[in-house]
Design a binder for this molecule. Structure first.
Ligand SMILES: Cc1cc2nc3c(=O)[nH]c(=O)nc-3n(C[C@H](O)[C@H](O)[C@H](O)COP(=O)(O)O)c2cc1C
Length: 342
């Protein structure tokens, strides 16, 4: 059980957040698994309700990101990531779990849980080990067998997981990533919103327990006021584009997720499919990280769709994958901060 006083160091916070799942924790431990899902800018845009037979997960619109995500696509995909973690964790924690969207026009996902014997599985074990690794990888290919496994894991509920491993096609996607990044970095609202979620040093990260910590982004820890002044000089469109080129060229491949429908249901499913892909990748020792610029800049989305040959479906999420060493993990708020009183 976590100590009740807040963590004082990054290392202590990491230990608490990413500790193994504990079957004695019951339904609330399923919620904790949910909070370990990937989520846009690590805003953790969710609220939970918990009873013995039911967990509800709903959006926390106070944590939306209107600049990068004006239609809440990423917010609902983030809910999907949490849902998939909860469904996978439930089995290992001794529950049968079934997720359903309450109604087509409602925002809440309900997970009905029923006691069964716990059974360990590789995806549940990967929940506390998964991370988005925003580093260069080592250039090694992923075997055909493992490609098949991650592709199958990422295919869920009408979501297609397209795997791109040919260098020429990866370079074409890199080109879209750089175009998207250049647009975003010249967009003041996008940059202001991003900076508001950056935790420039350990004490900021530990104080907030959310956002993009310097450590987990592979950046040095700096006092906030210095970092904010330096940012325009060190974080330039060209510098970031060069970084993305190195990152993609050191990766084994790129996965693009496209849901059957461009609505909340489809966005949640895309998040679930990504999370299951990421858990399977983690179980196989494969690292992954998002590069969503071409799906975030609306004018690039149809170009990406036509390049990928997915007709008029929306390309939802773009991920690179490969082999490499992990970075320090990101942090999460404790479940007490995200569960509504019943
Ligand atoms: C819908 C969605 C969109 C995301 N977009 C990006 C992105 O464009 N670039 C990026 O570096 N990370 C992106 N992320 C990853 C989050 O920043 C990451 O999940 C969060 O910081 C928590 O870190 P963790 O996944 O390593 O635990 C995205 C995650 C989700 C679910």
């Amino acid at each position: 059980m976590p100590a009740s006083s807040p963590p004082t160091t990054y290392e202590e916070a990491v230990k608490r957040v990413w500790r193994s799942l504990d079957p004695s924790g019951g339904v609330r431990e399923i919620v904790r698994a949910g909070t370990l899902g990937a989520n846009s800018h690590n805003t953790q845009p969710w609220r939970f309700t918990v009873s013995d037979q039911r967990i509800g997960i709903a959006p926390d619109f106070s944590r939306r990101c209107p600049a990068v995500d004006p239609d809440d696509h990423h917010l609902f995909a983030s809910l999907g990531c949490a849902v998939e973690n909860m469904v996978q964790a439930a089995v290992a924690l001794g529950f049968k779990a079934e997720a359903s969207l309450e109604a087509a026009d409602r925002d809440r996902v309900t997970i009905a849980v029923d006691r069964i014997r716990p059974s360990s599985n590789a995806l549940a074990e990967a929940i506390t080990k998964r991370q988005c690794t925003r580093a260069e990888y080592d250039g090694r290919a992923v075997s055909a067998e493992d490609l098949n496994k991650i592709g199958v894991a990422g295919t869920l509920d009408g979501v297609e997981c397209l795997l791109v491993t040919e260098r020429a096609r990866m370079d074409a996607i890199l080109d879209y990533v750089m175009q998207g990044n250049s647009v975003q970095m010249h967009d003041q609202a996008f940059m202001a919103e991003l900076v508001a979620w950056i935790r420039f040093n350990d004490s900021m990260a530990v104080e907030h327990l959310d956002g993009l910590s310097a450590r987990s982004s592979g950046n040095p820890s700096l006092p906030g006021w210095i970092a904010r002044r330096l940012l325009p000089f060190v974080m330039t469109a060209k510098g970031e584009n060069d970084k993305y080129a190195r990152q993609i060229r050191s990766s084994a491949g790129i996965a693009v997720f496209a849901a059957a429908t461009d609505d909340k249901r489809g966005w949640i499913s895309a998040g679930r499919a990504y999370q299951r892909f990421a858990l399977q990748a983690t179980a196989l020792g494969i690292r992954q990280a998002f590069l969503n610029q071409p799906v975030e800049v609306p004018s690039l989305r149809p170009q990406m769709a036509s390049f990928l040959g997915i007709g008029n479906r929306r390309p939802d999420l773009i991920i690179r994958f490969g082999h490499g060493t992990p970075l320090p993990p990101s942090l999460r708020r404790p479940i007490e901060a995200v569960i509504d009183p019943s």
